[in-house]
Design a protein around this ligand. Structure first.
Ligand code: ZN
Length: 606
């Protein structure tokens, strides 16, 4: 099979158009078919990337047009070439989505995922790919560079325009690319080079601090999976960040990650304190880096290989996203990037997030994983009442399993042993051996194999049940206590103010984003989308609801005026007790303090 050749050029940055040329030297003599993925791995939603293909034409070797027809939303069929020879497609892709999942382009920066740009010739999944990334024309682009973990072809300099290569289509579309001006720093983690690439307008980013913090986080993770050899799973890794005014997200890839963050979250030269924003950013980097093992190499069988034409169902995202969410913060504290007290505060926030919504009583984490495509990724106003997050609750499941295994084995075994078994069995040779993934019903047995512990009812209740996890009891041997922290109506920490049981949409108006099942607001007939106007005749806005409610005691009756569409209504509301929005997690050893303190240190220090 001859390689598939692609050329990409940022043809019209002002119109946000990439032009892609695909040349196939030996097309199917019966007429070549091409498809574009409909989803991108890591983001479990059918996104129909083909909707952004604006124009598409095909040519034979003599440059004459060849007829192309669409046969479904993501498939193109070219007519047979009577005269033989190569077939070339030329198409434009609209790229104006500032996210990590698709592509964007203007005169300052370009970014793309292969799933948005590269059509796959049918039957050529295993063909080698060569991508020529061409520099846009014009003086404005003279200093543009290229950042990607795709290997350069011979003759292409690192960060330069030119040819890059991939062994097959799966590899091609697993390496996002940033073009333009960006800040760049490199560090080594256990001998392997890691790039930090930051695009977008930023001021005085402390790259040295980023290098030092990411280095210790990456080295902690490498040592977790390969304690003896400290061998990284990659030869090179790229953290690719787009800094914006307001954004948060990341997508994992086999040797890189695409991130989007608030520019204010990045560390500033001369300000060494640990801001909440920077901690969040490091947590995001840690999360995506952990995926290099967990989901990019250790995968559910349903993803081995991916079928990019349709939904790929698995009930195991609680393991691949939930465990990753557990380890992202744990790796911060184990690496010394944050203090144990900060770690406990993050656990308390996650616990509050899970326990305050009744969706947890209706959906299991296995069900949430399976239905991610239509529920978690398509949340509406009823989400808190219907959905549990396989990220948040999944991380608590990991925590519960870790604590239980440590206690039952007198701290000889832990969740780390499970991750290492998964790595050895499924991950280490995923890309250079047989692609084998974790079976849907295999996890409990793998846990027993790795640790000698049969989690029994705890496993069943945590993964296939909706009962709250017994974290109080599980924390006890570690000298850790939980205490509910009553918050305010809109989720900020408060002093036990009475509650309506709602979430407010950010903005100038007080619009209800969600109404919790069984809440004061629901009982009084208020609904998501209602715009609250007044509480007992006093005007309410997007920012003063808490202040108004703080003057009442729980159980008090208030009249709330609200618009539903254009209809004014008045609701008589009996205020709820304060809502618990987070938990205070404290390390407090009893008189026999030493055993619990030692247990805790082994857990948090690794
Ligand atoms: Zn993730």
């Amino acid at each position: 099979m001859k390689p598939i050749r692609y050329a990409v050029v940022a043809k019209h940055p002002a119109a946000h158009l990439f032009e892609v040329t695909l040349t196939l030297a030996d097309p199917d003599p019966a007429g070549q078919r091409f498809t574009l993925p409909t989803w991108i791995p890591g983001s479990y939603l059918v996104r129909e990337f083909a909707r952004n293909i604006v124009t598409l034409s095909a040519f034979n070797e003599a440059g004459r047009k060849v007829r192309v027809e669409k046969t479904d939303k993501q498939t193109w069929q070219a007519a047979p070439l009577k005269e033989g020879g190569a077939l070339t497609l030329r198409y434009e892709v609209y790229a104006w989505d500032m996210s990590v999942r698709t592509a964007h382009l203007d005169d300052t920066v370009g970014f793309f995922n292969g799933t948005s740009l590269f059509l796959l010739p049918a039957g050529r999944e295993e063909a080698a790919c060569i991508v020529d990334i061409r520099k846009p024309e014009g003086a404005a682009y003279r200093d543009w560079r290229v950042a990607t973990a795709l290997p350069e072809a011979r003759g292409t300099k690192r960060y330069g325009f030119g040819e890059y290569r991939a062994q097959n289509y799966d590899e091609l579309v697993d390496h996002p690319v940033t073009l333009g001006h960006f800040a760049l720093a490199t560090f080594k983690a256990h001998g392997v080079p890691h790039d930090i690439v930051i695009a977008g307008r930023t001021v005085s980013v402390d790259m040295a601090r980023l290098q030092a913090d990411l280095k210790r986080i990456c080295e902690t993770q490498i040592a977790l999976f390969e304690p003896r050899t400290k061998k990284a799973p990659v030869d090179r890794y790229v953290f690719m960040t787009q800094a914006v005014s307001d954004g948060y997200g990341g997508l994992e890839h086999r040797a890189s990650t695409a991130l989007i963050c608030n520019r204010g979250d990045l560390p500033v030269v001369g300000r060494p304190e640990m801001s909440e924003g920077y901690r969040t950013y490091l947590g995001l980097c840690s999360h995506e880096y952990f995926h290099t093992w967990n989901v990019k190499r250790i995968k559910p069988a349903a993803f081995a290989p991916y079928d990019l034409s349709r939904e790929n169902y698995t009930s195991l995202l609680w393991l691949f996203e939930g465990f990753t969410s557990y380890y992202d913060d744990l790796m911060l504290v184990r690496s010394g990037a944050i203090e144990p007290a900060d770690y406990f505060s993050l656990v308390g926030k996650t616990l509050g997030g899970v326990l305050r919504a009744s969706g947890r009583l209706k959906q299991t984490v296995a069900e949430s994983s399976f239905d991610a495509w239509i529920k978690y990724y398509r949340q509406d106003e009823n989400a808190p009442n219907a959905i549990v997050s396989y990220y948040q609750k999944g991380s608590l499941v990991a925590l519960a399993f870790d604590l239980a295994i440590r206690a039952r084995t007198e701290h000889r075994k832990s969740l780390d042993d499970i991750m290492r078994l998964l790595w050895q069995r499924f991950g280490r040779h995923f890309y250079n051996g047989k692609m084998v993934g974790v079976g849907e019903d295999e996890v409990q047995a793998l846990i027993a194999e790795a640790t000698g512990v049969d989690l029994g009812p705890l496993f069943r209740d945590a993964v296939h049940g909706t009962r709250d996890l017994p974290l109080d009891a599980l924390f006890e041997p570690f000298g850790v206590t939980l205490e509910p922290q009553p918050g305010s109506a809109n989720g900020k920490n408060g002093n036990g103010k009475p509650s309506l049981g709602v979430r407010i949409r950010p903005g100038a108006d007080c619009t209800l984003a969600a109404v919790h099942d069984g809440s004061a607001a629901q009982k009084a007939g208020l609904s998501a989308g209602d715009v609250l106007i007044a509480v007992d005749g006093l005007r309410v806005t997007g920012s003063n609801l808490d202040t108004l409610l703080a003057r009442y005691m729980p159980g008090a009756m208030v009249d709330i005026h609200a618009f539903r569409r254009d209809e004014l209504r008045v609701a008589r509301v009996k205020l709820d007790a304060p809502e618990v929005t987070r938990y205070k997690v404290t390390a407090a050893d009893d008189k026999r303090g030493a055993p619990s303190r030692r247990a805790r240190e082994r857990w948090l220090r690794g």
